[in-house]
Ligand binder design. Structure first.
Ligand code: SF4
Length: 359
């Protein structure tokens, strides 16, 4: 059997950044590290961080004084940020910069007195955080539009002052269909200068389309409560190929693969590459049991993008590196060593974030 691996797949820059923030805090912290909500929607990522000592809570009131507090990649209402930044807790914001962009758009529309129509899934944690960014003082209000039917009936106080934003993980074509209905109803509708739907979501959906064109069946590694995972499965189905979502390699159904010559495999933006590797190993053993071999091939091109880490984290890293170097210098004065000891400046420079793109 040929196994085609989609590119890009797996962690996007926002998830990579969020997970790295928690991992670095666990390395640096001398206090407990609490994370509000699952840092990303993937059970294995959350379990791995829990095993290292991270504590996940849904309510920020559960985060004790003195702790490091992390807001997940999906973002949180401004009131949560205010509460966590107050008192003796230290806030590290892992909100994806693309979600923050949408929050800023909502704040600007509210300030301008525009009603906002938020295209997205009601109840999703990102949507809840974005809704809470609207300041009702100017009176326009914000509401979720989840479907074309809702776009046809939604009402706003003043049709001359209305804007839309979208959840970042939607599928572009479905969102565009809803926007077209809104535009026809509200000619003055204001939208974002650049699409709110993130590059990672779009790129992974395009890669699944290419997989569906090349393969008989498609497997997507992801979580059942992750919007972008579910959407990738839907995209393969819409392109005429049976597709399934799995959270772990053991969920692969050998009977479902009977007679398949070309199988596609991808992973959602919140699924780590180690799950892809484990799934390949599992498929290899299934093939061997069936007297077959597995040929692994790559399809498409990987992404090369990263987001900057929060200043609060780079500051903490620099301070800890400086303190460690000062401690080492103190020890060196007491017990002169054969090798020179790194200065605080050297250590701080080493602790700078590695170069990479940012947006
Ligand atoms: S899927 Fe997009 S919006 Fe979500 S964390 Fe990744 S880059 Fe950010």
């Amino acid at each position: 059997m040929n196994l085609w691996l989609a590119n890009p797949r797996g962690f996007c820059a926002g998830v990579e950044r969020a997970v790295r923030i928690v991992e670095e805090l666990l390395d640096l912290a001398d206090t407990p590290v609490y994370v509000r909500h699952e840092i990303v929607h993937n059970r294995s990522v959350v379990e791995a961080l829990k095993a290292r000592g991270a504590v996940f809570v849904e309510d920020d009131a559960e985060i004790p004084a003195g702790a490091f507090a992390v807001v997940s990649a999906h973002g949180a209402p401004p009131a949560v940020h205010r509460r966590l930044a107050g008192g003796s807790r230290r806030l590290f914001d892992a909100t994806c910069p693309l979600v923050t962009k949408v929050h800023l758009e909502v704040l600007a529309h509210a300030k301008a007195g525009r009603a906002v129509l938020l295209i997205g899934h009601r109840g999703h944690v990102e949507v809840e955080g974005t809704l809470a960014c609207y300041d009702n003082a100017a009176g326009g209000g914000i509401q979720v539009v989840q479907s074309i039917d809702e776009a046809r009936t939604v009402a706003v106080p003043d049709e001359r002052a209305v804007a839309y934003v979208t959840q970042t993980t939607l599928e572009v074509e479905s969102a565009n269909r809803i926007v077209s209905v809104l535009r026809a109803r509200f000619p003055a509708l204001v939208g974002p200068h650049h699409d709110d739907i993130c590059y990672a979501t779009q790129n992974r959906q395009d890669a699944v389309r290419a997989l569906a064109a090349r393969c008989d069946r498609v497997l997507v590694i992801g979580a059942p409560h992750s919007s972008n995972s579910l959407r990738m499965v839907e995209v393969a189905g819409e392109n005429g190929k049976p597709a399934r979502l799995i959270e772990a390699p053991e969920e692969v159904d050998a009977a479902w693969l009977a007679g398949v010559a070309d199988l596609g495999l991808s992973s959602s933006a919140s699924a780590p590459e180690r799950l892809v590797e484990a799934t390949i190993a599992h498929l290899r053993s299934l093939c061997a049991r069936a007297g077959d071999t597995l040929e692994v091939r790559e399809l498409g091109r990987a992404e090369d993008l990263s987001f900057k880490l929060p200043v609060a984290l780079t500051d903490l890293r620099r301070r800890r590196a400086g303190a460690a170097a000062a401690g080492a210098a103190h020890e060196a004065l007491r017990y002169p060593a054969a090798h020179p000891v790194a200065t605080g400046a050297d250590a701080a420079r080493d602790a700078e974030p590695s170069p990479g793109g940012s947006r």
